[in-house]
Design a protein around this ligand. Structure first.
Ligand SMILES: NC(=O)c1ccc[n+]([C@@H]2O[C@H](COP(=O)([O-])OP(=O)(O)OC[C@H]3O[C@@H](n4cnc5c(N)ncnc54)[C@H](OP(=O)(O)O)[C@@H]3O)[C@@H](O)[C@H]2O)c1
Length: 314
């Protein structure tokens, strides 16, 4: 490692951790990974990182970062690049118990209750982040390009961070490293709305064997739209905020249009990516649905469509 620059411990060296690791390194940060299993393919270095572009071939670099970091080392920030389901793992709990109280924690997991779970465990404020980019272990099933490694695409607003001191530091680092990051004054509510839209659609897509065309014609699209409105209402009650106009967004007609119009715009096979990624984090989808349902019951918010969606998943 170099001798200067902020010291960032990234927990989880999968598709998301790889991208953050690269752009933090480009910003001059000293980055190391903490992994549960050094033999995981996600921990093999060097690895190719292929940045996809709307036009032209990918730009490829090779990442060579240490994956044997010690959580007790001197860190400025610790970034959690894991699925929400990992937060309850004994391994993670044991590691985080050893983190110095002065280390700022940036958490990128999506479940509504994740911040509360972590803050209780860590006895310190946690700054949340919202991932706006796409990354995956390449090549996707049935594809041959790009070569083995991590492929990723950075749209504008590739990352959004909370407007806290830690969030500001993290966003500035990412921007300096070439990844478009912004700050939000109300990130929990932004994340709650986007997750409500996304995860309910993903659950219906899984029900339709990951086929966008089948989903477009499916009656489950209606269920997904109703479930998204319920999940937003639960999120609003949980965060003590009001839903307002965003409640109007989940509509079947709008979904049908987006399911047809968006895939051709992506510089990768969107359907293939969605099937691959959300099969990988299938337990997380179930956890998020279960959280909305449990919080809805507790707060007397209707969750009948969320329950229907959840019942349809194996
Ligand atoms: N990739 C994307 O395009 C994207 C976009 C938006 C949001 N996200 C979200 O970002 C999070 C991470 O996704 P990802 O694509 O980086 O996943 P990934 O490629 O599977 O990487 C996950 C990392 O977490 C580790 N991990 C998984 N379960 C764990 C557990 N129970 N205990 C400890 N470590 C565990 C994995 O270790 P092993 O290598 O040992 O399995 C791996 O290092 C998810 O919440 C995902 O939904 C991803």
């Amino acid at each position: 490692m170099k001798d200067e620059g902020p010291r960032i411990l990234i927990v989880g060296s999968g598709a998301v951790g790889a991208v953050f690791g690269e752009h933090l390194t480009r910003a001059g940060a000293r980055v190391r990974f903490l992994v549960r299993n050094p033999d995981s393919p996600n921990a093999h270095m060097p690895r190719a990182l292929h940045q996809l572009h709307l036009a032209g071939p990918p730009s490829t670099v090779h990442q060579m970062l240490d994956t044997s970091a010690d959580v007790q080392g001197q860190w400025d920030q610790c970034w959690l690049c894991l699925p929400s389901t990992a937060l309850s793992s004994d391994w993670l709990k044991q590691e985080l118990d050893q983190l110095d109280p002065g280390v700022e924690v940036i958490n990128w997991t999506p479940d509504l209750e994740d911040r509360a779970r972590l803050e209780e465990r860590l006895h310190r404020p946690v700054s949340m982040g919202l991932i706006g980019f796409v990354s995956y272990q390449a090549p996707l099933p049935g594809e041959t390009h790009p070569d083995e490694g991590i492929a990723y695409w950075l749209p504008p607003r590739a990352a959004t961070l909370e407007d806290t001191r830690a969030g500001k530091r993290a966003a500035n680092l990412l921007k300096n490293g070439g990844l478009s990051a912004r700050r939000s004054r109300n990130l929990p509510w932004l994340a709650a709305r986007l997750s409500a839209l996304m995860i309910t659609l993903v659950a219906a897509l899984e029900r339709e064997q990951w086929s966008l065309e089948r989903l477009r014609r499916s009656p489950h699209l209606d269920t997904a739209a109703s479930a998204a409105r319920e999940a937003m209402a639960v999120g609003a009650a949980y965060l003590d905020t009001r839903v307002r106009w965003s409640r109007q967004l989940p509509r079947t007609g709008l979904y049908r249009g987006l399911l047809k119009g968006v895939p051709p715009l992506a510089p990768f096979d969107l359907e293939n990516y969605l099937g691959y990624h959300f099969a990988k984090v299938a337990d997380q989808t179930r956890l998020m649905l279960d959280t909305w349902i449990a919080e809805g019951h507790q707060r007397h918010v209707e969750v009948t469509h969320l329950e229907e969606l959840r019942r349809q998943l194996p």
